[in-house]
Design a protein. Structure first.
Length: 201
């Protein structure tokens, strides 16, 4: 009888130890699951959104040339691969006036001739700003009202404000006496230069 009691007690102890071991193994597995989930969560954390690149800009103060009374300002703002252009003038005769970028940032000549010819690094034909072939600085015409004021706005991928062959920085913007006919080579038959401004950052 004593042997039977001892044998039963041994069985109980073994069952208790076996249960404890199973609990221990279960707790260890649960801990590994928690740690693994935390590691996965850390590894799959989404990247922080990148800040957009800052816009680059340049501008030109437009001053009178060829005995005109023209004044104004041109601004160039680059966002991505496109440049937004805004030209504002005052003191001009009512009607259409050709607006172009010229190759040299030099307005020292009284008639603006020191600005050189049209800015045309690729040697293409002159044309309208939306034509298949045109100079990067072919901006078409600004319409001037009876008050002598006019504003021209456009967006182009043919120019940059940063580095590169098509950068406007260091060039000149010219306001012409007459309309650009958008056809005549190489200048559109736009007449004299009544306003000139050097484009700078």
């Amino acid at each position: 009888m004593l042997w039977t009691f001892w044998h039963q007690r041994s069985d109980i102890q073994e069952d208790t130890m076996s249960g404890a071991m199973r609990i221990g193994r279960g707790a260890g597995a649960a801990l590994w699951l928690v740690l693994g989930a935390a590691a996965c969560h850390h590894e799959t954390k989404p990247d922080q959104p990148q800040k957009p690149a800052p816009e680059a800009s340049a501008s030109a103060k437009i001053e009178a040339r060829s005995s005109s009374n023209v004044s104004g300002k041109a601004t160039f703002t680059q966002s991505g691969d496109r440049v937004s252009v805004r030209v504002e003038i005052a003191g001009a005769a009512p009607g259409l006036h050709g607006v172009h970028i010229h190759e040299k940032g030099d307005c020292s000549d009284p008639e603006g001739k020191s600005a050189g010819g049209h800015f045309n690094p690729a040697g293409v034909s002159h044309g309208a700003p939306d034509a298949a072939a045109h100079h990067p600085g072919d901006f078409g015409n600004v319409t001037v009202g009876a008050d002598g004021k006019g504003t021209l706005e456009l967006t182009t991928a043919a120019l940059t404000v940063g580095e590169g062959a098509n950068s406007v920085v260091g060039r000149a913007i010219i306001i012409h006496e007459k309309p650009d006919d958008l056809v005549t080579q190489p200048t559109g038959n736009a007449g004299g230069r009544i306003g000139c401004g050097v484009i700078q950052k």
